[in-house]
Write a protein that binds this ligand. Structure first.
Ligand code: NAI
Ligand code: MG
Length: 365
């Protein structure tokens, strides 16, 4: 296997550059420790690119991404650019085109509550004695957000608007495959979430998921209606291992999961394209949160979401699973030791308040 990797680093704005610096420190430490190399090329994106080049996603940035094995993304957006036209703004002008250009149709968002951070979860602690660990696999490029026709009709007494939910068998198959493969690497339980009692798309979705489960006999497949899934996540998050669902339901459930796990600053995400012959994916990896302009530049942001994005990148795009495991373990260990950035700090006696750089250094150690 090739162990000389290359990635494009898009730090972006706000806390992006600060947390990225720590993530790259951790990446360097794991490549030293596990004997592989990663060359990194840093490119402009978002507000930083608007300021320097006049557009949120310069062509040379896209070219660099095309030549790399994966993209490590920070975050983009902030008050400085809100008055630009929507398509020229950092988020819409950079994130959506990148997803589209690289056909990143599978969005993986882990909802993890570490046992030591249970108090931060709004779920009653007796319901989650060991925290929880759920992976949400959301379809990202189809469904009601993109289906046509879409529009509105104001030329009548009762103005009307409409959106169309469309899913093809092919689209459902490819997202379900990502989810089954992910479940194989975890606790082998996959819950497909839909609304098959009212939606035609969901009926097809169920058929495709059920058919595919024959290829993955070790994975226990279940189905839930989305309204019930929303309740079960709050009542017993541990009843889930991997969730697979469409774009709209996944948008909502993954935010619910983020809230339940306690801190946005802890949660990474991956957006993946097709699986390659070697089992790896081209992907873009980024924190689940945004650019946090309210705390940017102060050295207090939690770098763990960005560090865990490196872990996901190593696992899904580079095939360096041992290094990914080591990072996950290191993060758990620093949290167990009581190190806390401001977003996690409660003032309890066993906690030590640290800044962005100290947290990164502790994970490296
Ligand atoms: P946000 O996620 O940036 O911030 C929400 C709250 O969480 C803030 O109080 C922030 O300080 C805190 N927070 C987020 N990440 C943190 C971390 N690592 N450590 C400590 N605290 C953290 O969401 P918000 O405020 O809605 O958006 C701010 C900007 O980010 C906007 O311009 C928005 O459009 C953009 N955004 C960008 C995303 C991306 O680049 N993928 C995703 C979401 C929002
Ligand atoms: Mg959302």
């Amino acid at each position: 296997m090739n162990r000389n990797h290359s990635i494009t680093v898009l730090s972006g704005d706000g806390i992006g550059p600060e947390v990225m610096k720590q993530a790259l420190k951790v990446l360097q430490a794991t490549s030293d420790r596990f004997d592989f190399t990663v060359s990194t090329e840093e490119c402009l994106v978002g507000g930083a690119a608007i300021d320097a080049k006049g557009c949120p996603l310069p062509e040379e940035t896209v070219k660099a991404c095309e030549q790399a094995d994966a993209i490590l993304f920070g975050s983009v957006g902030g008050p400085k650019w809100v008055n630009l036209a929507p398509d020229d703004q950092p988020e819409r002008g950079a994130l959506l085109p990148l997803r589209k250009h690289f056909n990143l149709y599978a969005n993986l968002r882990p909802g993890v509550c570490l046992p030591a951070l249970q108090h931060a979860s709004p779920i009653k602690n007796e319901l989650i004695p060991n925290g929880f660990d759920v992976l949400c696999v959301r379809e990202l490029t189809g469904g009601i957000y993109f289906g046509t026709p879409k529009g509105r009709d104001d030329n009548q007494d009762n103005p009307t608007a409409y959106d169309t939910m469309v899913y093809s068998k092919h689209e459902i198959e490819r997202i379900c495959r990502v989810a089954f493969v992910a479940a194989m690497g975890r606790d082998k339980r996959l819950c497909s979430v839909d609304k098959a009692n009212v939606l035609q798309c969901s009926i097809l979705w169920r058929e495709v998921a059920t058919e595919m489960s024959k290829e993955f006999p070790e994975v226990e497949l279940s189905h839930l209606y989305v309204d019930n899934a929303a309740m079960q996540l709050i009542k017993q998050p541990n009843s889930f291992d991997v969730i697979v669902t469409g774009n709209l339901f996944g948008d909502i459930l993954s935010d619910e999961m983020a809230m339940l796990s306690g801190s946005l600053g802890m949660l990474p995400s991956a957006s993946l394209g097709n699986q390659k012959d070697n089992g790896l994916y081209y992907g873009m990896y980024e924190p689940s949160g945004g650019s946090a302009p309210d705390i940017a530049g102060q050295g207090i942001a939690n770098p763990i979401a960005q560090i865990l994005s490196v872990s996901m990148l190593l696992r899904y795009s580079l095939g360096e699973d041992d290094a990914a495991d080591a990072i996950d373990k290191a993060v758990k260990s620093v949290i167990d030791q009581g190190l806390r950035t401001g977003d996690l700090y409660t003032g309890a006696g066993n906690e030590t308040k640290v800044g962005t750089a100290e947290m990164g250094t502790a994970v490296v150690a």
